[in-house]
Design a protein around this ligand. Structure first.
Ligand code: ZEM
Length: 303
C-alpha cells in the first residue's frame, strides 16, 4: 500500500519531534567542539563510527543485532574492544538527549552519524542520507549478540582479510559494491592509538566527506609503517603513504587487492557523484538493519 506524503515532522516515541532542529543541535555540537579542540580534529569521524558500530552487529541469519535498542550503552557491547573510545561520542550527545528527551538513544546515535556525514563538507557538503526516526531503546544488553561481530582490521594474510571483510558484510546483507561504498567513510576521522592501537588519519581532510580515500588507495604507494615520531613503530601492522602522515589498515588495502573490490574503488576514485549516491543508500540501509518501524510514527525524513 502507498504511504501518504510525509508530514513536516517525524515522531520518535511518543511525542512529535522536529527532526530538523535535532539535526541542527547535533551540527552545532560538532562545530563548537571542533572550535574548542582547535587542532583540526573533530567529533565528525567518531559520530560516524558510533552509528556504524551500533548497526554493524546485525545478522540477517536471525535478524539479531542492529541499531535498534542502542545496546552499546550496556555491557557486553560497551566493553567490546571494537567499541573502545565510542563512549566519547555517547557522552558528547547527552546534551542533545537532554534537550530532546523524546528522541530515543537509538535514533540519536544513528542520526549523529547522518548529520556528521551531511555536514562534513568544505565547498560541497556531504551526501544527504535518508533517515527516519522510530528506533526504540532496550533496557539492558540482554539481547546483544554474545560475540562481537564487528570486523577486525587484520586477519593475518591478504586472503584471510579479504574473506573476513566479505563474511562480515555479507552477514549483514551487503554486496561487494555496497561494501566498498561503506568503507569510503574512512575519508573521515582517524585511528587513535589509545582506542584501537592504530594511528593516524586516512586522508588529508579528515572532516570532509569526499572520494579522497579511494583516490589515495589507488594513487599512493602504501608501505608497512615501521617508525613513529622517530621511534620504531610497535603498534599493530598498518600502512603509510610516502609522507608518513596518512594510514591504511590491512582491511582498507583489501579493497585494491581483491579484483572485484578494486573495480569499484576505481569507479569511485573517478566518479565522486557515484560514490556519494551509493554511500547514501548503503549507509541508510545499514542504519535500518533489523529495525521494524511502526508504520504510524515512521516517516522518511530526507533532509
Ligand atoms: Zn572503521 N575503523 N572500520 N568504518 N571507522 C576505525 C575508525 C573509523 C574498520 C576498522 O577496523 C576501524 C567502517 C568499516 C571498518 C569509521 C567508519 C566506518 C578504526 C580506528 C578502525 C581500527 C578507531 C580508533 O582508533 O579511533 C574495519 C576493519 C572496517 C571494515 C572492514 C565502516 C563501514 C564505517 C562507516 C560506514 C570512521 C568514520 C572512523 C573514524 C573514527 C574517529 O574517531 O575518527
Amino acid at each position: 500500500t502507498l504511504l501518504s506524503p510525509p508530514p513536516a515532522y517525524a515522531q520518535s516515541s511518543p511525542n512529535k519531534t522536529d527532526i530538523a532542529s535535532v539535526k541542527k543541535s547535533i551540527a552545532s555540537l560538532i562545530e563548537d567542539d571542533a572550535e574548542r579542540r582547535g587542532d583540526g580534529t573533530s567529533l565528525t569521524g567518531t559520530f560516524v563510527r558510533l552509528a556504524w558500530h551500533c548497526a554493524g552487529t546485525y545478522s540477517k541469519v536471525d535478524n539479531s543485532g542492529g541499531s535498534n535498542g542502542a545496546r552499546m550503552r550496556f555491557d557486553p557491547e560497551a566493553s567490546w574492544g571494537a567499541n573502545a573510545g565510542l563512549d566519547v561520542a555517547r557522552k558528547a550527545l547527552e546534551g542533545v538527549k537532554e534537550k530532546y528527551p523524546e528522541v530515543s538513544y537509538a535514533d540519536l546515535y544513528t542520526l549523529a552519524g547522518v548529520v556528521a556525514v551531511e555536514e562534513a563538507g568544505y565547498v560541497v557538503l556531504g551526501p544527504k542520507i535518508p533517515f527516519r526516526l522510530g528506533r526504540e531503546d532496550a533496557a539492558s544488553g540482554e539481547t546483544s549478540p554474545k560475540e562481537c561481530g564487528l570486523p577486525d582490521a587484520d586477519k593475518g594474510s591478504r586472503k584471510n582479510t579479504i574473506q573476513h571483510v566479505r563474511d562480515v558484510f555479507y552477514r549483514m546483507g551487503f554486496n561487494d559494491r555496497e561494501i566498498v561504498a561503506l568503507l569510503g567513510a574512512h575519508a573521515l576521522g582517524r585511528c587513535h592509538e589509545d582506542r584501537s592501537g592504530y594511528w593516524g588519519p586516512w586522508t588529508f581532510a579528515e572532516n570532509t566527506f569526499s572520494n579522497e580515500y579511494f583516490r589515495l588507495l589507488i594513487e599512493e604507494r602504501w608501505s608497512p609503517k615501521i617508525s613513529h615520531n622517530g621511534k620504531p613503530w610497535n603498534g599493530p601492522d598498518q600502512f603509510e603513504d610516502s609522507t608518513g602522515k596518512l594510514m591504511m589498515l590491512p582491511s582498507d588495502l583489501a579493497l585494491i587487492q581483491d579484483p572485484a573490490f578494486k573495480k569499484v574503488v576505481e569507479l569511485y576514485a573517478k566518479n565522486e557523484e557515484a560514490f556519494f549516491k551509493d554511500f547514501a543508500s548503503a549507509f541508510s540501509k545499514l542504519l535500518e538493519l533489523g529495525v521494524s518501524f511502526p508504520s504510524t510514527k515512521a516517516w522518511y525524513q530526507f533532509w
